[in-house]
Design a protein around this ligand. Structure first.
Ligand SMILES: Nc1ncnc2c1ncn2[C@@H]1O[C@H](COP(=O)(O)OS(=O)(=O)O)[C@@H](OP(=O)(O)O)[C@H]1O
Length: 299
């Protein structure tokens, strides 16, 4: 049974669409539609790349901005949320991404109340590498307050173990989300797979979202300088991401803040990080019945 909020939202949407078709038959039923799928986590794991890569699919649209609706902007209401969505046709799926949604049980409950059939995409990343990404992100973002802190100094500023666990424990957040939604409503992929072979990950998402396979290898080109896949700017699909603020329209790559240079590890620090995070990685693989090929973690 559809919950009331989702049903009401759908009827508002259908009502609007109906009016529009009656007055403007050439409008092709375009309207702003609420998401049927969300990318809910995790920070610094490639959520922007996953969102951007998926949004090139002809049957997917996605707002470029993170809207924080199920977290900080909940009081703004559904009509506000809907007004932030891009226009779409009835066959297109709208996907929003916010890596913070998976962090709080309350946010997951709000999503369930909105739509118990929501499809949820989660991207995870080798924790030892993810922490380097977090360091660069924090140091650049908070440089004015932190000063130029080295990678090992940065660890010293936090209770070290707690800090590593906080960023490595994907399993407890996924388990929490599994307590709200059935497991079949999740697709869990890895940043490493997305980096290595975007189409491999997009195929999984197409199947999960019940979409026809449409994204092929020629949509992407490997950019040697950035060391990641970027959009092939001469592919006709590229036109659909021209309004994506996170894509450089000249190079087809994600903006510079998505793919920064990482600091090198002191071997002892790396070993400590791996030792602390290993049980969390094992827990994750057990929970999701799937393993990712993560360097340093021979599980
Ligand atoms: N093309 C491509 N393929 C796969 N992954 C990519 C790609 N481009 C960027 N990235 C990765 O995205 C990392 C940033 O993650 P998020 O977008 O989740 O960051 S954020 O939490 O929203 O700030 C970012 O992390 P850093 O490399 O540490 O900057 C990248 O690993």
């Amino acid at each position: 049974m559809t919950t009331s909020i989702y049903r009401d939202a759908l009827s508002i949407e259908n009502g609007n669409m109906h009016q529009r078709t009656k007055t403007d038959p050439l409008h092709l039923h375009k309207a702003r539609r609420l998401p049927k799928a969300l990318i809910i986590g995790f920070n610094k794991c490639g959520t922007a790349a996953l969102r951007s890569f998926l949004s090139i699919h002809p049957d997917i649209v996605s707002p470029t901005l993170e809207l924080y609706y199920f977290s900080h902007n909940y009081s703004r209401g559904l009509e506000w949320y809907k007004s932030q969505m891009p226009m779409s046709t009835p066959r297109q799926i709208t996907i929003e991404k916010n890596p913070g949604y998976i962090k709080e049980l309350e946010y997951m409950n709000r999503i369930y109340k909105f739509n118990p059939y929501m499809k949820l995409l989660v991207i995870v990343r080798n924790p030892a590498v993810r922490i380097q990404s977090q360091y660069v992100h924090n140091v650049l973002k908070y440089l004015h307050t932190t000063g130029n802190v080295s990678f090992s100094e940065w660890f010293d500023r936090y209770p070290f173990k707690k800090h590593v666990i906080h960023w490595s424990d994907y399993a407890s957040k996924i388990r929490q989300a599994f307590s709200v939604f059935p497991e079949r409503q999740f697709l869990i992929v890895s940043n490493e797979d997305l980096q290595r072979d975007p189409v491999f990950v997009i195929r999984q998402a197409e199947r999960f979202l019940d979409l026809k396979p449409a994204v092929t290898n020629d949509v992407f080109v490997f950019n040697e300088k950035r060391g990641v896949h970027c959009f092939n700017t001469s592919h006709p699909f590229f036109l659909s991401v021209l309004d994506n603020a996170q894509v450089n329209t000249l190079t087809g790559c994600l903006v510079e803040s998505k793919g920064r240079k990482h600091p090198s590890y002191d071997p002892q620090l790396l070993q400590q990080v791996v030792n602390i995070s290993l049980p969390y990685v094992e827990d994750l693989f057990r929970l999701i019945h799937k393993k990712f090929d993560w360097k340093y973690y021979n599980t």
